[in-house]
Design a protein around this ligand. Structure first.
Ligand SMILES: C[S@@+](CC[C@H](N)C(=O)[O-])C[C@H]1O[C@@H](n2cnc3c(N)ncnc32)[C@H](O)[C@@H]1O
Length: 223
């Protein structure tokens, strides 16, 4: 989706994707990503297309440094204000760096973010980010992610799969085959869990969906 689409969503408060609670997969599966590539105190988690996700707060409170990227200034300002976090703000080129304690968010476009801006990331948490991209943008999204991912970095990727003809995205349906097509051979891919979530998503059921599965994957960037 183009950036203007998302700016409007935030302006019009159409943010049904935002979860008021921490995502259960994060707390449950974060320990399943395998041995960390560096000591725990040096773990630095990249949250692409982060919105104002409470998952960043969970990561921070569990001792991880967090670095997000989000194009909407409304979302970034709301994240810090709603969580009572005092912030520092610094414009750097086309992005603005917001930070508070061990959390920083780059407000700007994911596709023009640099590895230098991200710092030494060890992990990625991708929830509602790859699946926010329409089919025409997913290859570019994965290529950019691979450009930013250092060797041995680990990714917790959460996708949705449903009959695409039954509903327009976002969120878009992304199949297991597509995940393999996007990230192999650069990453190893392991499926951690699949959950039937149709009954938990009445807004999608009302739109006519007849099946909806949420899948969590562990990816690891090859050296
Ligand atoms: C579906 S939401 C998911 C937000 C978050 N991951 C969560 O779990 O709540 C997708 C987010 O990506 C942001 N976004 C879309 N395109 C972007 C881009 N090119 N660069 C940075 N952020 C982008 C949108 O503003 C929106 O907040």
């Amino acid at each position: 989706m183009e950036i203007d689409f998302w700016q409007l969503r935030w302006q019009n408060e159409e943010t049904g994707f935002h979860q008021p609670e921490v995502n259960p997969y994060l707390a449950h599966y974060y320990g399943h990503l395998g041995p960390p590539p560096v000591s725990r105190s040096k773990l630095r988690v990249f949250v692409p297309l982060c919105g104002k996700s409470m998952d960043m707060l969970w990561l921070s409170q569990n001792g991880y440094a967090v670095v997000g990227v989000e194009v909407s200034e409304i979302a970034v300002e709301a994240f810090f204000a709603e969580n009572g976090l005092p912030l520092e703000k610094q414009v750097q080129g086309t992005h603005t760096r917001y930070s508070s304690g061990n959390i920083e968010i780059w407000q700007g476009d994911f596709f023009t973010l640099s590895s230098e801006q991200l710092g030494d990331i060890t992990d990625v948490y991708d929830r509602a980010s790859l699946i926010a991209m329409p089919p025409s943008m997913r290859k570019d999204y994965a290529s950019k992610m691979l450009e930013l991912l250092p060797a041995a970095a680990r990714v917790l990727l959460v996708t949705l799969t449903y009959p695409q003809a039954e509903m327009d995205g976002p969120p878009f349906s992304v199949t297991e085959e597509e995940v393999h097509g996007l990230y192999e051979p650069h990453c190893s891919i392991e499926k951690l869990a699949v959950k039937n979530t149709l009954e938990l998503e009445p807004r999608f059921k009302q739109k006519g969906l007849t099946s909806l599965y949420e899948t969590a994957y562990k990816l690891k960037r090859n050296t």
